[in-house]
Write a protein that binds this ligand. Structure first.
Ligand code: AHR
Length: 360
C-alpha cells in the first residue's frame, strides 16, 4: 500500500495510490472475435426491447456500431446520484474518460435500481461498445447479464463496488476501496476513543445488499466485538442518502433515549442524522457522537465544526485509474484482477488542516 493520489495528475492515470493484489489469477484481455455471433444476437434482442431514456444506457446511442474513429468506446453504468461521494466519483469518471484522452464515454445513471443497470449493460452490449464499466448497486444477481457481455466478447470492469459472483472470468478487473477495512477503521476508533465506558450505538446502513453496506457493517462489528462496552442497539438502512438518514435517525431518537453514538455508512446519512439530532434539541458530536465513512467536503466541514467525531475516507477519484485499466484491457495487456484503493481517516483536528485543499 503506497502514497496518496495526486489530484493534479487527473487524466494522466497515476498509479501511486493503488495497491495491486494477486488475490485472483491475472488475466489477459480476451479477443472479441469469438463473441461476434453472440453480439449480433444480443443486438437484435436489445433493439427490440430498449426503452430509451437516461437511465438505460441508450441516451448517447450513435446507432449500433458503438461509436466511430479510434476512440475507445466505453459504456459506464453509474449507481445513481445518491451522495456527495457519488457526485465526486461521477465527475472523476466524466472528467477523465474524455475525447481528449481517447475515449467516447456513454454514461448512464441507474437511479439506484439494479434493473436500470441491467438494461443499460444490455444496451451497451447491443451498441457493441469496446468496454463496459459499472459500479453495481447491489452485490448479487449479475451473472446472467455479465455472461451476455462475455458471450459478446465485451470486457467488463467493475469500479467501486463488487459483485458476489463465483465466476471471476465474468469481469476483467475490480478497482475500489476495501470496505471491510473501512468499517474496521471506524470500529477501532470507536472502541479506543469512545467505548472506554459502556456506549449504545445506532447504525445507519447503506443500501441493502450493496457491497459497502455489507462490508462496512461486518468490519465495524469485527472491530468492536471484543469490547464489551460497545452495544449496537439498532441498525437500519438509510440507503446512503441524506434524507433517509435523517428519517431513520428520527425513528431511532423516538425509539431510544439512550443513544451515545451513530455509526453511519456514509457522510450523507451522518449529515441527515445531524439534522435529526439538532431538531430533537441535542448537540451532535457531543450529546451523540457521530462516525461516518467517505470524507467528502460536507462531511469534512461537519467534522471540522465538531458535529461529526471521526471519518474514514473512501476515495471516489477512480477515473484516472479506470482509464488506465481500460487502455490496458483494450491493448491486450495484463491487468490485476483486484486493485485496492488506499483510504485514510480524519479526526476533527485533521479535518481542519485538510479542508482548505480538499478536492472533493
Ligand atoms: O460505494 C461507495 C459508497 O456509495 C459511498 O461510500 C457512498 O457515499 C455511496 O453512496
Amino acid at each position: 500500500m503506497v502514497g496518496w493520489h495526486d489530484p493534479t495528475t487527473l487524466g494522466t492515470a497515476p498509479r501511486s495510490h493503488l495497491k495491486e493484489e494477486s488475490m485472483f489469477s491475472t488475466t489477459k484481455a480476451r479477443t472479441r472475435l469469438t463473441g461476434v455471433l453472440a453480439g449480433v444476437a444480443v443486438l437484435a434482442l436489445a433493439a427490440c426491447s430498449s426503452g430509451g431514456g437516461s437511465t438505460d444506457g441508450s441516451s448517447n446511442d450513435a446507432g449500433g456500431d458503438g461509436g466511430s474513429g479510434d476512440a475507445i468506446v466505453v459504456g459506464f453504468s453509474q449507481v445513481g446520484a445518491e451522495s456527495g461521494w457519488r457526485a465526486a466519483n461521477t465527475k472523476s469518471i466524466q472528467d477523465t474518460l474524455t475525447a481528449e484522452n481517447g475515449f467516447d464515454l456513454k454514461f448512464s445513471d441507474a437511479q439506484q435500481k439494479q434493473e436500470n443497470q441491467i438494461q443499460a449493460i444490455r444496451s451497451y452490449i447491443a451498441q457493441g461498445v469496446d468496454v463496459i464499466a459499472f459500479s453495481p448497486v447491489v452485490e448479487s444477481g449479475w451473472d446472467a447479464v455479465l455472461e451476455e457481455a462475455k458471450q459478446a466478447g465485451i470486457p467488463v470492469i467493475l469500479t467501486d463496488r463488487a459483485v458476489d459472483s463465483e465466476d471471476d472470468t465474468l469481469y476483467e478487473s475490480f478497482i475500489g476501496s476495501d470496505f471491510v477495512l473501512e468499517g474496521e477503521m471506524a470500529g477501532e476508533w470507536v472502541s479506543e476513543n469512545v467505548a472506554t465506558e459502556p456506549i449504545n450505538v445506532v447504525e445507519l446502513q447503506g443500501t441493502t445488499g450493496a457491497a459497502p453496506a455489507i462490508d462496512r457493517k461486518t468490519g465495524f462489528e469485527d472491530a468492536t466485538k471484543d469490547n464489551p462496552n460497545v452495544t449496537i442497539i439498532d441498525s437500519q438502512t438509510g440507503n446512503f442518502t441524506r434524507a433517509e438518514g435523517k428519517t431513520v435517525m428520527e425513528g431511532f431518537l423516538q425509539a431510544h433515549d439512550d443513544i451515545d453514538l451513530v455509526y453511519a455508512h456514509n457522510d450523507d446519512m451522518g449529515l441527515g442524522a445531524i439534522e435529526a439530532i439538532e431538531a430533537a434539541g441535542l448537540v451532535p458530536g457531543e450529546d451523540i457522537k457521530i462516525v461516518t465513512v467517505d470524507a467528502v467536503k460536507d462531511g469534512m466541514q461537519a467534522l471540522a465544526d465538531g458535529k461529526i467525531n471521526f471519518i474514514v475516507e473512501c476515495n471516489p477519484l477512480l477515473g484516472p485509474d479506470l482509464a488506465d485499466i481500460i487502455k490496458k484491457v483494450v491493448a491486450g495487456e495484463e491487468v490485476e484482477k483486484r486493485i485496492v484503493v488506499k483510504d485514510e481517516s480524519f479526526t476533527q483536528e485533521q479535518a481542519i488542516e485538510a479542508l482548505p485543499t480538499r478536492e472533493y
